[in-house]
Design a binder for this molecule. Structure first.
Ligand SMILES: NC(=O)c1ccc[n+]([C@@H]2O[C@H](COP(=O)([O-])OP(=O)(O)OC[C@H]3O[C@@H](n4cnc5c(N)ncnc54)[C@H](OP(=O)(O)O)[C@@H]3O)[C@@H](O)[C@H]2O)c1
Length: 163
């Protein structure tokens, strides 16, 4: 399994060897097809674009989405305290890993009282998608980040270092 830049939905594709790894026995073929892109995106965000530390507080927007569910698990396994947003039907999954808010019912920015070290935004918010600028979620994300914290978006605009 692996991740290619473009054009992986084909019968055959040429890929550099170092972009591939052996599928673990614990993964089905379908899971192995779905996992690398979201998992590598989450990994790069948390550990390459930033360096998530054990004990840090991280807010994952869309914690049950493709990128988000990988990020939530990686952050938890790394010893971070996780807050996530997701709708109710996704709460069972995220709740076991951290605190979760339904973004359709509560304003996360008013619920989060401790300053957040990192926000990873993977929300498919229709009002911001493809615009290249943060919308309401973006503004609220900034409001919960502590001084010197990090805002990483995989949605429509790049990483912005705070202060
Ligand atoms: N997939 C990748 O490998 C990858 C790589 C790089 C970048 N991206 C980008 O990252 C973004 C997410 O991709 P994805 O594959 O993770 O998408 P996805 O699986 O569709 O998940 C997106 C989630 O966004 C949540 N959402 C929608 N509106 C929201 C809001 N207002 N506040 C909080 N959450 C909200 C929904 O959560 P609920 O279901 O709980 O409502 C939805 O499940 C996209 O813009 C994509 O282009 C993805």
């Amino acid at each position: 399994m692996g991740m290619v830049q473009m054009g992986s939905c084909m019968d055959y594709v040429a890929v550099e060897e170092d972009l591939l790894t052996v599928i673990p026995e614990s993964l089905s073929f379908e899971e192995a097809g779905a996992a690398p892109t979201v998992a590598l995106t989450a990994w790069q965000a948390l550990f390459e674009h930033d360096r998530l530390q054990p004990g840090q507080l991280i807010l994952v927007q869309a914690g049950a989405g493709g990128v988000g569910h990988a990020a939530v698990q990686m952050a938890k396994q790394h010893g971070a305290y996780v807050i996530a947003t997701a709708r109710d039907y996704n709460h069972d999954f995220v709740k076991g890993l951290g605190e979760v808010f339904n973004y359709t019912k509560v304003d996360f920015a008013t619920q989060i009282t401790d300053p957040v070290d990192i926000v990873l935004d993977s929300a498919m918010d229709q009002s911001t998608f493809g615009t290249g600028v943060p919308g309401e979620i973006g503004k609220k994300n900034y409001s919960v980040i502590k001084d010197g914290g990090t805002y990483i978006s995989v949605v429509a605009f790049g990483k912005v270092w705070m202060k």
